[in-house]
Design a binder for this molecule. Structure first.
Ligand code: NDP
Ligand code: 8X3
Length: 254
């Protein structure tokens, strides 16, 4: 029987690349995000290119009631979720604590932490019923070290790191694997979103280095998912060669 994966935030970047990688490997995919057109485009492409089933769910992960409704109303076939990739997330702004916009903080906490909790809480009972499943939580190097002006974004990713560990303990008896994938700098829409559409500012973090691509992270996710059943990778940190961690970056390599 074919496996089913649900990937949040599949309209771009890491989520889109992961959906593509899993579809390439004949996994049926539920893709989610707010941008309907992008989801539809990706859905059509995956279906025609890889001959898999794709279900597109358009919703805002911050909307608790909507998240639970979407999962509850899944057709029976799609309720057999084997893999949940908790990927939807963002950074909003890069400011000192004293200058940061409180709305940006709310957005990051509501999306990166609360959204991840809602979708997990909705999907996990389906996995428990089948005593199987694998949850991949996309954290970050920002969940390992705090950097200047990263304050609340780093806080949300540290929270994901802690939630990841907690999930693994609580789900141990249920036969469900839990892994965090912690990437360093990946060139996606992330920086453009963080700097609210300012392309010049968005390019600055990647100056002088070759960042990871969404596909690089998708490869790591596939490696994690593709271990034998008795093996779990608890967490994995992946950075560009030019990055030692959140703080130390060699910009003279390129
Ligand atoms: P992108 O901006 O390219 O993708 C983010 C995805 O999240 C989009 O598909 C977006 O979909 C979705 N999303 C954002 N907010 C919401 C929301 N409220 N409801 C539903 N979906 C939402 O960034 P990345 O691919 O880089 O980011 C993916 C994850 O990886 C994030 O959790 C990020 O924190 C993490 N990460 C990124 C790194 C990087 O350097 N890029 C490094 C380490 C971790 P839509 O806008 O259509 O709703
Ligand atoms: C995204 C990576 O370094 O911009 O999580 O915070 S970083």
């Amino acid at each position: 029987m074919k496996k089913i994966a649900l990937i949040t935030g599949a309209t771009s970047g890491i989520g889109k690349a992961t959906a593509t990688k899993l579809a390439q490997n004949k996994i049926d995919i539920i893709i989610t995000g707010r941008r309907k057109i992008l989801l539809n485009e990706l859905g059509e492409k995956l279906k025609s290119q890889f001959n898999v089933e794709v279900l597109e769910l358009v919703f805002d992960i911050r909307d608790q009631a909507e998240v639970f409704k979407q999962i509850k109303e899944l057709p029976d076939y799609w309720k057999r979720i084997d893999i949940l990739v908790n990927n939807a997330g963002l950074a909003a702004g890069l400011d000192t604590f004293q200058d940061a916009d409180i709305d940006d903080w709310e957005t990051m906490i509501d999306t990166n932490v609360k959204g991840l909790l809602y979708i997990s809480k909705a999907v996990i009972p389906l996995m428990i019923k089948r005593k199987r499943g694998h949850i991949i939580n996309i954290s970050s190097t920002a969940g390992k070290e705090v950097y200047f002006k990263g304050n609340v974004y780093c806080g949300t990713k540290h929270a994901v790191d802690a939630i990841n560990k907690a999930m693994r303990i609580d789900l141990l008896e249920e036969g469900i694997k839990v892994t965090s994938v912690n990437p360093g700098m990946v060139e996606t829409e992330f920086s453009l979103v963080r700097f609210k559409g300012d392309r010049e500012k968005a390019g600055i973090p990647y100056k002088g280095i070759k960042p990871l691509s969404g596909e690089d992270v998708a490869d790591v996710i596939w490696f994690v998912l593709n271990r034998p059943d008795h093996v779990n990778i608890n967490e994995i940190i992946v950075t560009p060669k030019a990055q030692a961690n959140s703080i130390y970056i060699n910009r003279k390599m390129e």
